[in-house]
Design a protein around this ligand. Structure first.
Ligand SMILES: [Mn+2]
Length: 307
């Protein structure tokens, strides 16, 4: 007699996607076109083909430099609106994905996530990036806001960007872990060191392997928190695999290793959402970076079969 073995029921995989058309955080504003290019490239159809119930929740714009509106005002306005949307999605316990846009949008995403979680507890965050993004206005050589989101989320920087989480900073230093860093200024390292935030440099990723350091980062992000998210700056990846970005730094993460690590993360309880930033379609000649963003998103959305 044949035994009937039913497969374990999978959760329905649903995701609400928000485009953050932010370009004012960088010198090259063309990351603002990222969400539009991804959407027009068939992202939603691709996700649905993978069995994911994907909803495009809209694209939030920021005024371009030609308007004369200062960058801080443009970025903080976008972050405020983005934060309100993410707050609602997190409060409803839906999984969200924010597609940038330059990485300054992270201030909106994770301030909103912190607010949406606040009834349950603090936010944890895994931050994949070639840089520390931990400049203060007074230490930044370029003055660009996409070099500052980690500092802002920890409560340091321009008031318009540190006040979006409601009461107090979006994040506590013991709840964030940076992975893949290989280009930074001393001031940033001193700042994060003083706060006690964990930074896993690229050389440590190479030595220990991405799965091992992700496990450590996950421990940081879930300990004493009510939920955690992942922010991916595409420059964390090796620029040979993700060329459509503004600030390439050689010797980064391998795309297949990151996809596999995300497939591990998506099974963990408390995973609330993901952000993928710094896609510059003008520098993505053959569309390889856009394709990779699709793959990263598919790998991240909870409820899929375990690899
Ligand atoms: Mn970044």
């Amino acid at each position: 007699m044949l035994m009937q073995i039913s497969a374990p029921a999978l959760e329905t995989r649903t995701v609400s996607i928000l485009g953050a058309a932010c370009g004012r955080g960088a010198r090259d504003e063309r990351c603002q076109h990222g969400p539009r290019v991804l959407r027009q490239g068939g992202l939603i159809a691709r996700l649905r083909h993978e069995g994911i119930d994907a909803i495009w929740g809209g694209t939030l714009p920021a005024p371009s430099g030609e308007t004369g509106i200062p960058a801080l005002q443009a970025v903080s306005g976008l972050c405020k609106r983005l934060g309100a949307r993410v707050d609602d999605l997190v409060a409803e316990e839906g999984f969200f994905a924010v597609l940038g846009g330059d990485h300054a949008c992270a201030v909106g995403t994770w301030s909103g996530a912190a607010r949406g979680l606040s009834d349950r507890g603090p936010l944890g965050l895994i931050w994949l990036d070639a840089h520390m993004d931990a400049h203060l206005p007074e230490t930044s050589p370029s003055g660009t806001l996409h070099g500052m989101p980690v500092a802002c989320l920890l409560g340091h920087g321009e008031d318009a960007l540190t006040s979006l989480a409601g009461r107090g900073p979006a994040l506590r230093p013991e709840h964030i872990c940076l992975i893949g860093v290989r280009s930074f200024e001393d001031d940033e390292a001193v700042f994060l060191g003083r706060l006690g935030a964990r930074v896993i440099f690229m050389e440590e990723v190479v030595r220990r392997g991405l799965d091992a350091v992700m496990e450590e980062a996950l421990g940081i992000a879930v300990t004493g928190t009510a939920g955690f998210g992942v922010s991916i700056d595409l420059d964390a990846l090796d620029p040979t695999e993700a060329p459509g970005i503004g600030s390439p730094v050689p010797h980064g993460l391998r795309a297949d290793a990151l996809i596999s690590a995300l497939e591990g993360l998506r099974r963990r309880s408390g995973f609330i959402g993901i952000e993928i930033a710094e896609f510059n379609p003008a520098l993505d000649g053959n569309g390889v970076t856009a394709g990779l963003i699709n793959d990263l998103l598919i790998a991240s959305i909870p409820g899929g079969p375990t690899p």
